[in-house]
Design a protein around this ligand. Structure first.
Ligand code: IPD
Ligand code: CA
Ligand code: CA
Ligand code: CA
Length: 263
């Protein structure tokens, strides 16, 4: 495959738009829903068929690609050498099943471990967020997206998953206390979009590589920090407790972790 990243970005955008069309069409019929690890961890026939569709398209575009897909239709990866495509066919499956809204399709493209292109498709609003260093920008459909304001923790809202706060993992209660408030959207992809648009200043959650691959590329390009909760780079082959935040809010949160402060 050539290194014409602009062309790759256009091809992936077309693939995702066709994937979205098929997902929307299939949503008209009853879904087959099954549990993976628990009643809160669902997968549908559409998660699976969309991953198969996207991976088939990726293999046509890039026959040598290594693909990591949530539902297991990709490859078993042991390293990030070469070009690696990371696919989440439906992010926010619980929302997809319960709300038919607030879910995303995501693809991240990494070259030798470095994020090059990210795609987050807000399916029901029909907005595709795409870009990264390989194409020198981030766009929402055809509108350029500029970097969100570099807010301190006290100046904005933070996204997080509820169990982290309930169990006070990694000083979550202090972090929420110091912020302007907490929001929970139920899709890592939609959380990333909110940060990208400056609606929230960060997000903290246990995430798998496919939950964060696309968002990491888009947000890093816009100056937003993506790290583990203690400020280290993510391991893109395993789960991480991920901290996504503006530069100032990341500094505030890392200080809380270091000081071990109480409310
Ligand atoms: C999940 C969603 C959810 C987050 C979970 C993810 P999925 O992705 O992004 O908001 O809290 O950690 O696994 O399973 O719906 O693709
Ligand atoms: Ca899932
Ligand atoms: Ca996901
Ligand atoms: Ca998923």
């Amino acid at each position: 495959m050539s290194e014409d990243w602009q062309q790759i970005a256009r091809d992936v955008s077309s693939l995702l738009r066709e994937g979205r069309r098929q997902v929307i069409a299939k949503m008209a019929a009853p879904m087959t829903v099954s549990e993976k690890t628990s009643r809160k961890d669902l997968v549908t026939n559409i998660d699976k068929s969309n991953e198969q569709f996207l991976i088939a398209g990726i293999r046509q575009l890039d026959p040598n690609a290594k693909v990591l897909g949530e539902e297991g239709f990709g490859d078993q990866l042991t390293n990030l050498d070469g070009r690696v495509w990371i696919v989440d066919p439906i992010d926010g499956t619980m929302n997809f099943v319960k709300q038919h809204d607030n879910f995303a399709m995501m693809i991240g493209i990494y070259q030798d471990g470095k994020g090059q292109l990210g795609f987050i498709y807000d399916v029901m609003n029909d907005v595709l967020y795409a870009g990264g260093p390989a194409v020198g920008g981030v766009w929402a459909n055809d509108q350029p997206v500029s970097a969100p304001a570099n807010l301190a923790l006290s100046e904005g809202l933070i996204g997080a998953s509820a169990p982290l706060v309930v169990h006070d993992v990694a000083h979550m209660q202090q972090i929420v206390h110091d912020s302007a408030g907490m929001r929970i959207y139920g899709s890592a992809g939609i959380e990333m979009v909110n940060i990208l648009l400056g609606k929230t200043l960060g997000y903290i959650s246990y995430l798998k590589p496919w939950d964060i691959a696309a968002g990491q590329v888009l947000l890093n390009f816009l100056g937003v920090r993506v790290s583990t909760i203690d400020g280290q780079p993510l391991n893109m082959l395993s789960s991480n407790l991920v901290l996504v935040a503006t530069e100032k809010a990341q500094r505030d949160i890392l200080q809380i972790e270091e000081d071990d402060v109480s409310l």
